[in-house]
Design a protein around this ligand. Structure first.
Ligand code: NAI
Length: 392
């Protein structure tokens, strides 16, 4: 159980790029990273594309005025001159900036925690992975819900053979907030999401489904994708060529199959991300709408709903529990768990403990690479006429 006691010798000196006053995702990063004040300390930032607003915001949340910067270049240069300069930076800016800022951060000697989708192309990720390796630095990717402990329970039960041989993976990440085009006109966060110059080659495939695909890789680390077929549409025509709805069929090595639906035009749906793994004996299902519950359905037996914090769970799931079974845990705790793992990975890297690092399960640069490859392959399939494409 996690109670905030220190897991690393001292908190890491942390900065943010983006994530300021008007950002959608910034607070998720801060509430995750700063949940345990033994893991990170927010000491600097270039919080906004509008320098004055970013400075004002930084001071408002308690960062020293002298360490609220106009832009990330100024921050990297100035912090490098301080004996207590930043060690790790989070990049919470729109997609099109991630590659350039990540490279600059690594070249400044900083560990990086970056938003998804990591970059536009897998070639960029491979190049940056090499750079990070040369510099001895970590790159983590914030697949927000992947820190929920019930997913570790799912991973363990599948590895134990509790559902038998895996036959099918059924995934969904959809919502209805882009069912019409009003947000495309009025919301800055939506405008860039449907602009290929800033969003990259996809809208919902990158914005939503990369999360769920990573969940499938987390719970099924042995399952490797072989081929896929993607069909994508822009129900709001002005979004083309980017899709607001997509369906993907998958074949995995070994004979299992998969299906994923991702959409921002699921009118009336507030949020639904779910993953169901169907085996030869039983199925397991998890949804981020009921994240504390793992549904275990054994063919021929009454269904079971397993609950977080209960002693019947695997020790890996209990180790990441924070509040105990009496109280609900959700997105905030999940982000806290991911950030704690980033801190432990960075600490292991700083200590040169590669053995410990190799045992850690967290969304690293390979998880970022898989997400970018997923988008590339889906787009290749869809734009080739929704044909099957081999992916590995
Ligand atoms: P947003 O449009 O709400 O906010 C972006 C922020 O970045 C703005 O405040 C803007 O001022 C700032 N910014 C832009 N360029 C900058 C620069 N060069 N330097 C400093 N600040 C800069 O976007 P949102 O929704 O917060 O998304 C940001 C990133 O987070 C995207 O990559 C998105 O895919 C990802 N995201 C991830 C989520 C998750 O659950 N992991 C949830 C929402 C977004």
């Amino acid at each position: 159980m996690l109670n905030g006691e220190k897991k690393i010798a001292r908190p890491l000196r942390w900065a943010m790029i983006g994530g300021g006053r008007l950002s959608q995702v910034g607070y998720k990063h801060r509430s995750g990273a700063l949940r345990d004040n033994t893991a990170f300390q927010l000491v600097a930032g270039a919080f906004d594309i509008d320098a004055q607003r970013g400075r004002d915001f930084g001071v408002n949340i308690g960062v020293a005025a002298s360490r609220c910067y106009d832009n990330y270049s100024q921050m990297f240069t100035t912090e490098a001159t301080r004996p207590d300069g930043i060690e790790v930076v989070t990049i919470a800016t729109p997609n099109g900036t991630h590659y350039e800022i990540t490279r600059a951060a690594l070249n400044a000697g900083l560990h990086v925690i970056c938003e998804k989708p990591l970059f536009f192309t897998s070639a960029e990720v491979i190049e940056v992975k090499q750079l990070a390796a040369e510099k001895g630095l970590i790159v983590g990717v914030t697949y927000g819900y992947s820190g929920h402990q019930m997913l570790l329970q799912m991973r363990k039960m599948i590895a134990n053979g509790d559902i038998g041989d895996v036959r099918m993976v059924e995934m969904q990440y959809t919502h209805g907030f882009s069912a019409n085009d009003s947000a495309d006109k009025f919301s800055d966060a939506q405008k860039w999401r449907v602009d290929p110059k800033i969003a990259g080659p996809s809208f919902v495939l990158g914005d939503l489904s990369t999360h769920t695909v990573y969940l499938s890789q987390l719970v099924l680390p042995e399952l490797k994708l072989q081929s896929l077929l993607c069909d994508r549409q822009s129900f709001i025509p002005s979004r083309a060529p980017l899709e607001d709805n997509a369906m993907v069929l998958m074949h995995y090595h070994g004979g299992a199959v998969g299906r994923l639906w991702t959409s921002a035009i699921n009118a009336g749906s507030m949020n639904s991300q779910k993953i169901r793994v169907i085996g030869s004996k039983a199925s397991l299902q998890w949804s981020d709408y009921q994240p504390n519950e793992l549904v275990y359905e054994v063919q021929g037996q009454p269904n079971q709903v397993m609950h977080h914090g209960m002693p019947y769970l695997d020790e890996s799931a209990l180790a990441d529990d924070r509040l105990g079974a009496l109280h609900t845990e959700g997105l905030t705790e999940s982000w806290s768990n991911i950030y704690l793992k980033f801190a432990q990975a960075i600490d292991a890297k700083q200590r040169g403990d590669e053995a410990a690092l190799s045992q850690m399960v967290y969304p690293d640069i390979d998880a970022g690479l898989e997400g970018v490859r997923w988008i590339e392959n889906c787009v290749r399939s869809a734009d080739g006429g929704s044909v099957w494409v081999n992916v590995g």
